[in-house]
Design a protein around this ligand. Structure first.
Ligand code: HPA
Ligand code: ZN
Length: 326
C-alpha cells in the first residue's frame, strides 16, 4: 500500500546487520559446491525449511554451520557484495555492518582473508553508487573474554577499517560484565561500542552493557520494558535501541508481530530504530522489517518518519554526513 511505497522510497540506515546472517541459500549452495563441502540440504527449498527456530540458540547452531562455507577472500567479497546490492535495492544509504571474526578464526581463517574481501566489496559499492558503510567487529559471548582479547589483538592491522566493537551470540549465562576488560581496551583504542542485550536476556543485561561496557547503543533491548527504572534511564540518556522485528518473531521473543513492543518503546520516547539482524535467516531485509510493522502494528506515518530519523541520528556517521540527509 501507500505507506509501504513511501517507506521503501525513503533513504534509510541499517544499524544492526550481521553479514554472516545475510548469506542467502543460493550463495551457500554455490560455495559448498565450489569447496566440495557436504551440506545436509539437497536444495534451496530444504535450506529454507530448516530455518524454523525455537529460540536464539536453535538459530545460532544453523547460522554458525552456514558460515562454514565461507573460506577464501572471494567468498567474503561475494557475501558483502550481495548484501550491499540489497542496500541499493532498499535505499539503505548507510549501513553499519557487524561481522563475527571468531566464527572464522576458530576455523583457521584469519583477518587477512575476510577483511580484504569485505573491503573490496565496500570500496566497489562506494565507487559505483556512493554506498556508505562501516564495520562493527562483534565478539562471541559464549567464548571466553581471553578469546575476545586475542581477537582484538589480531585485528590490529585493520583497526582503521573498524569503527566499533559489538557483542553477540548466546545471551543467557553470558552477561556483559564478562567482557568488561576487552571493551575497556577497545575504548582506549578509540573504538565505539555496542552490545546485544535484552533480547532473550533480562533488563539487568542492558544495565550491564550500559555500565560495564559503556556502550553507545543497545542491540535489541526490547526486554528493557520490564524495568521501569531502566526505561526512564533510556528515555533520558537516549541510548539507541536497534530493534529487529522479524528476528524477534522468528526467534519467539514475541509470539506474533502484533505483540511487538517497538511502537510502545517509540511512544515512550526511547530512541528506537528498525533493523534486519540476519535477513537471510529471518525472512527479509530492511524494507521487509518496516513492512512487517506496517502490516501488524497500528503505526502511523509520523511514527515511521521518527524511526527512520532515529536511525540516522543513532548512527556513527559524522555530524556533517548526517546533515546531508536530515
Ligand atoms: N542475537 C545474538 N547473536 C546473534 C544474533 C542475534 O540476534 N544474530 C547473529 N548473532
Ligand atoms: Zn543481532
Amino acid at each position: 500500500d501507500e505507506l509501504k511505497h513511501w517507506v521503501a522510497s525513503l533513504p534509510k540506515v541499517e544499524l544492526h546487520l550481521h553479514i554472516e546472517g545475510s548469506l542467502e541459500p543460493d550463495l551457500m549452495m554455490a560455495l559448498a559446491e565450489k569447496h566440495q563441502l557436504e551440506l545436509p540440504y539437497a536444495n534451496i527449498e530444504e535450506v529454507k525449511n530448516a530455518y524454523d527456530f525455537e529460540d536464539l540458540q536453535s538459530f545460532l547452531d544453523i547460522y554458525y554451520f552456514g558460515a562454514s562455507v565461507l573460506k577464501d577472500e572471494d567468498d567474503f567479497y561475494q557475501l558483502m557484495w550481495s548484501y550491499l546490492l540489497t542496500c541499493k535495492e532498499d535505499n539503505v544509504v548507510h549501513a553499519e555492518i557487524m561481522f563475527d571474526p571468531q566464527t572464522h578464526t576458530e576455523r583457521g581463517i584469519g583477518f587477512d582473508v575476510f577483511m580484504p574481501g569485505f573491503k573490496r566489496a565496500m570500496q566497489q559499492a562506494q565507487q559505483e553508487w556512493g554506498q556508505s558503510c562501516l564495520l562493527i567487529m562483534s565478539f562471541l559471548r559464549h567464548l571466553t573474554e581471553q578469546s575476545a582479547i586475542e581477537t582484538l589483538q589480531a585485528s590490529t592491522p585493520y583497526l582503521n577499517d573498524i569503527t566499533a566493537v559489538g557483542l553477540d551470540s548466546g545471551e543467557l549465562g553470558n552477561p556483559p560484565e564478562k567482557f568488561t576488560k576487552v571493551f575497556k581496551m577497545a575504548k582506549e583504542l578509540g573504538l565505539k561500542r555496542v552490545a546485544h542485550a535484552g533480547e532473550e536476556g533480562p533488563p539487568d543485561y542492558v544495565w550491564g552493557a550500559l555500565k560495564a561496557l559503556d556502550v553507545h547503543r543497545i542491540d535489541h533491548g526490547v526486554r528493557s520494558i520490564e524495568d521501569p527504572v531502566l526505561i526512564a534511564f533510556l528515555i533520558d540518556s537516549q541510548h539507541p535501541l536497534t530493534v529487529c522485528p522479524l528476528s524477534n518473531t522468528k526467534l519467539k521473543v514475541f509470539k506474533h508481530m502484533q505483540h511487538h513492543n517497538v511502537l510502545q518503546l517509540l511512544d515512550l520516547g526511547l530512541m528506537a530504530t528498525i533493523n534486519a539482524d540476519d535477513p537471510s535467516y529471518f525472512g527479509g531485509y530492511l524494507n521487509d522489517n518496516y513492512f512487517a510493522i506496517i502490516d501488524h502494528l497500528p503505526i502511523e506515518k509520523h511514527q515511521l518518519e521518527q524511526l527512520v530519523k532515529n536511525s540516522f541520528n543513532a548512527s556513527f556517521m559524522s555530524e556533517e554526513h548526517k546533515l546531508k540527509w536530515l
